[in-house]
Design a protein. Structure first.
Length: 83
């Protein structure tokens, strides 16, 4: 959400812009690199990349993955390099 709002400000969308323009911009917003970024699919599996390295961030990523894929097995690879 913060990244989406920031992108609105970066594109100089002001408060008086129409809701339609804002909806269009948000619809086209692709997100931030390495934040739960879909990098590919293989054998019916989705492969995501996320830079989470703080325990709170890792927990949030896992919760999001579980919400998106409630019945599928989750395989997680963690590279500890800052803690």
């Amino acid at each position: 959400v913060i990244a989406a709002v920031t992108s609105l400000m970066d594109n100089k969308m002001l408060v008086y812009d129409t809701i339609g323009k804002i909806k269009t911009h948000l619809k086209n917003f692709v997100g931030v690199s390495r934040r739960f970024e879909l990098i590919g699919k293989f054998n019916n599996c989705c492969i995501y990349d996320d830079y989470a390295h703080h325990p709170t961030e890792v927990c949030a990523v896992l919760q999001t993955a579980r919400l998106m894929f409630p019945t599928q097995a989750l395989w997680v690879v963690f590279q500890p390099h800052t803690f």
